[in-house]
Design a protein around this ligand. Structure first.
Ligand code: PFF
Length: 457
């Protein structure tokens, strides 16, 4: 087998992992969850979840990947030969494939919205017209399919370029670009008239609103947003070199991901409040109906600002989604290339073909296939439910059990300290969290997601 590539630079490794974490989860899902769960208090609970749960789990995925220098399925096989732990890795590959199949559909929609924005198609539309545009587009057959295929092919193009020339080079360009665009948008948003109401919604916690379900939502969001629980960060860490500090990198990725989610909140809430839109009413349509409407209303007196604001925003979402789909694709591509001894290009082509195949059903489930439902969910909803609500928590729970209970403690310490190069006084706490706190917390999320906990109320 040819020599495995590594990320050429430390900053490349951090940006690639941060690129995986930052995506539709930050820009679309985080504001929705924050809106539904009461604003500032939710954010504080979310940050606590990142520190307590996200960080230890991320370090575990990093150390498993970096130690084994293999795809996620092989990693568990190497560390626990002859045991069933390999299924944790395989579950990750399955989950990545599954997520990619429906994530690509929404990512494709963002291209349509960028195109509409560039063509100045939002100008002068009423809220009802925005809703109609969205419904007409998402339920049509060909255009959403086309954009899904385009998005998956864009991902494919980066993947076949390989680790350093593809993932690392693109992450180095795309991540800073994202940061710059998002900062400009925050600046525009918080200076709108009446934006201060939105700002205080994000900064003044109302503790009375925090209950068990808010805590569980915050944990679930932390999980999805950090790309945890499916071997994605384990795969990326297999390209880290031996000098990369796993603890530092995990902290940096968590900080970047959280800052971008918060900034997305600071774009969306001040501008929504400014035009009288209540956050808890925005729901899943936020990104495609509420926001274009917000841009139009907020900058009604200066249409060219509305134009620039809209174009930049949708380009930003495309960038964020692309760096995430790249990481999802890489989990499966590296698995297929290494386990089935295929050239990378061929493995990537199989994966791309598979995603497009399943993506077609997910895309059409908003239109001609909308009649196919299970428990009220269309095909897209079923994919999302299985992947994000079942596979991710199950994967995360087993990863924490693996790292906390099974893994040799010396290996654990050696990886975290880079074989004694640096100090890591927090290793004992880390192991305690992985053994007891994380598995119990994740089990609670899982039971909540599948509705078991609600039966107890
Ligand atoms: N973290 C990505 C987001 O916030 O959009 C989504 C994601 C990517 C989830 C990769 C899981 C994953 F492995």
């Amino acid at each position: 087998m040819s020599k495995r590539e590594n990320f050429g630079t430390k900053i490349g490794a951090v940006l690639a992992a941060a690129g995986s974490a930052v995506g539709l989860g930050n820009i679309w899902r985080f504001p929705i969850e924050t809106g539904k769960n009461g604003g500032a208090a939710f954010i504080l609970v979310y940050i606590a979840c990142i520190i307590l749960l996200g960080l230890p789990l991320m370090m575990s995925e990093f150390l498993i990947g970096r130690n084994t220098q293999a795809n996620t399925a092989r990693a568990y096989q190497k560390l626990a030969p002859g045991t069933s732990w390999k299924w944790v890795g395989r579950l990750g590959v399955f989950t990545a494939f599954f997520i990619m199949s429906y994530y690509g559909v929404i990512a494709g929609w963002t291209i349509e919205y960028a195109v509409l924005a560039i063509g100045n198609q939002f100008a002068g539309k009423t809220p009802a017209e925005f809703a109609q545009v969205f419904t007409d587009f998402s339920s049509s057959t060909w255009l959403p399919l086309l954009w899904m295929v385009v998005f998956v092919l864009m991902t494919h193009f980066v993947i076949v370029k390989g680790v350093t020339k593809g993932i690392e080079r693109w992450s180095k360009v795309l991540m800073p670009m994202l940061f710059i665009i998002i900062m400009i948008l925050v600046g525009c948003s918080v200076t709108l008239p009446n934006a201060s109401e939105g700002v205080s919604f994000l900064l003044k916690p109302e503790w009375s609103k925090v209950d068990g379900s808010v805590v569980l939502s915050a944990m679930g969001q932390a999980f999805f947003s950090l790309s945890l629980g499916m071997g994605c960060l384990c795969t990326y860490a297999s390209y880290f070199d031996k000098n990369t500090s796993l603890g530092k990198t995990a902290v940096q990725v968590c900080v970047i991901d959280t800052i971008i989610a918060l900034m997305a909140g600071f774009i969306i809430f001040p501008s929504a409040f400014s035009v009288g839109i209540r956050p808890e009413e925005s729901g899943p349509a936020l990104l495609f109906i509420t926001l274009p409407n917000v841009f139009q209303q907020a900058f009604a007196g200066a249409p060219w600002i509305a134009y620039i604001f809209s174009v930049m925003f949708y380009l930003l979402v495309i960038v964020a989604a692309l760096t995430s789909t790249i990481s999802l694709h890489e989990v499966v591509t590296s698995y297929m290339a290494e386990e089935f001894h295929m050239p990378r290009k061929k493995a990537a082509a199989w994966e791309t073909g598979g995603i497009i195949f399943f993506g077609i059903f997910c895309s059409l489930s908003f239109g001609v296939l909308s009649g196919i439902t299970v428990g009220g969910e269309n095909i897209f909803g079923i994919f999302d439910w299985v992947a994000a609500k079942i596979c991710l928590p199950v994967g995360g729970m087993f990863i924490s059990l693996f790292a906390g209970w099974y893994l040799d403690k010396k290996l654990f310490r050696d990886e975290i300290t880079n074989y004694g190069e640096s100090r890591a006084p927090y290793v004992k706490i880390l192991i305690f969290i992985l053994r007891y706190v994380a598995p119990v917390a994740i089990l609670a999320i899982l039971l909540n997601e599948i509705g078991v906990l609600s039966l107890l109320n």
